[in-house]
Design a protein around this ligand. Structure first.
Ligand SMILES: Cc1cc2nc3c(=O)[nH]c(=O)nc-3n(C[C@H](O)[C@H](O)[C@H](O)COP(=O)(O)OP(=O)(O)OC[C@H]3O[C@@H](n4cnc5c(N)ncnc54)[C@H](O)[C@@H]3O)c2cc1C
Length: 416
């Protein structure tokens, strides 16, 4: 056994934080990363801008965003929560700013700045970094983790932290290896599923409007004619269907409903306007564009890419003059704008999912330390755990919090 050494597997958000904190707490630390670079997924986060947490101040509300499993996070958030996270980065020169929907980003420099800050934290603690070193197997003897077999070498330690991420976006290195190590230690793994994932639709029309961002719309999921859930915000039309924040946030519920074969999605393009107000608004626009084709009459109301789609849904030929439309035509137009329908046909899968639902069963991990309940010197942090949240900085926050706590607890154990 290597005295005082903490071995951290995985150089993502959770592993970087865990390694830095373990070193700060006095342990000798080895960080093992399969890929050639650290933080590959972190660099992609928030489209390269890194939505590193949420500015939601109420802890109950924050934790509720992870669903019923969120209560596992109380001790980690109490020790190192969103406020401490912002202070951590700001104290190390990463100023933050709060944007729409309480999303917190670095004010400058994006994800690269966040990664550099964490690499600085590792340097400060003299963390030894092994790159291009894949962990293959975990050796456990008499209830204690003894060493990890790496490709070409071994890593011995007094404590071990598994922070290998989930299975989503596998090109960043997250290929679900940690589940195997957890199972070896006797843990149950809740079957991983893609979450925050783009949605495929049967209809082809999103292709004709691909790249169009729909802002301030409401997306509603129906199953067997009953409303299941809805979200207000931003979404994106793509060549295969829909993506963007609200579509991804609803993706698991959409996938479940689609499996039953009775799912329908509707987009209300103008949720702030009632049918009556929208009818009046279209009437005013049509007066303004009275001598034009109907497509022109809608250009102040709708994104250009969507006008042909809405007209087709309302069964109105594009070339018809605005002044030839009657009350029935306008009723159909209003209906199409208020409930543009799509049939979901499953998700794009792990390859494009932002996060993985499922993972190491939380009942078998001590939330006060992140320690395995079966192997006394084994810890878990980040997405490898059965935790996932919505878009908006929630997924990185749970990596920072569990990583910090795992690092600190493993260091304490390693130092005896
Ligand atoms: C495109 C995209 C955008 C996102 N944007 C945001 C955002 O803005 N805000 C937010 O909160 N969340 C965002 N997320 C989610 C967030 O990035 C992840 O939840 C988070 O990065 C997970 O961190 P992690 O450290 O647990 O795992 P990962 O980042 O997946 O890191 C795991 C690391 O372990 C390494 N590894 C795996 N197996 C082995 C092995 N056998 N041996 C050695 N090393 C191994 C991998 O190579 C990898 O580097 C985004 C995700 C994606 C895909």
């Amino acid at each position: 056994m290597m005295d005082r050494t903490v071995v951290v597997l995985g150089g993502g958000a959770a592993g970087l934080m865990a390694a830095g904190r373990a070193a700060e707490a006095g342990a000798r630390v080895v960080l093992v990363e399969k890929g050639g670079t650290l933080g590959s997924k972190l660099l992609l986060s928030g489209k390269g801008r890194c939505n590193l947490t949420s500015a939601e101040e109420d802890m109950q509300t924050f934790i509720a965003r992870y669903g019923p499993k969120g209560k596992f996070l109380y001790p980690a958030f109490t020790r190192f929560g969103p406020r401490e996270t912002v202070r951590f980065f700001e104290d190390r020169g990463v100023q933050t700013s709060v944007e729409r929907g309480k999303r917190v980003f670095p004010a400058r420099g994006g994800a690269a700045r966040v990664l550099n800050c964490l690499i600085g934290y590792l340097r400060q603690g003299n963390v030894t970094i092994y790159r291009n070193r894949e962990a293959l197997n975990l050796i456990i003897r008499e209830g204690r983790a003894e060493r990890f077999i790496l490709r070409g070498q071994e890593a011995e330690g007094a404590a071990f932290i598994v922070a290998t991420g989930g299975k989503s976006f596998p090109k960043t290195g997250s290929t679900g290896d940690g589940y195997r190590f957890a199972e070896r230690a006797g843990h149950r793994v809740i079957p991983p599923e893609p979450a925050l994932c783009p949605v495929r639709t049967r209809e082809q029309w999103p292709l004709s409007a691909q790249g169009t961002t729909l802002r301030n719309v409401t997306l509603t999921l129906w199953e067997g004619g009953k409303k299941k859930t809805e979200r207000f915000g931003e979404m994106l039309l793509t060549n295969f269907g829909i993506s963007g924040a609200i579509a991804m946030d609803m993706s698991r519920e959409i996938a479940q409903a689609a499996e039953g074969g009775q799912a329908l999605l509707t987009i209300d393009l103008k949720p702030a306007l009632s049918h009556e107000t929208l009818t009046a608004r279209i009437g005013r626009d049509f007066m303004k564009y009275a001598a034009h084709p109907v497509g022109d009459g809608l250009k102040d109301l709708l994104p250009m890419g969507l006008i042909p789609v809405v007209l087709e849904r309302a069964a109105i030929p594009r070339e018809r003059g605005v002044d030839t439309l009657g009350g029935d035509d306008i009723r159909r137009l209003v209906d199409a704008v208020k409930a543009l329908s799509l049939t979901p046909d499953g998700l794009l899968g792990f390859r494009w999912a932002m996060v993985t639902a499922g993972g190491v069963d939380l009942r078998e991990v001590d939330p006060r330390t992140m320690r395995s309940r079966f192997v006394e010197n084994l810890y878990f942090a980040g997405e490898v755990l059965d935790l996932d949240g919505p878009t908006g900085g929630f997924n990185l926050q749970m990596c920072w919090s569990t990583g910090y706590l795992a690092g600190e607890s493993a260091a304490k154990a390693a130092l005896g």
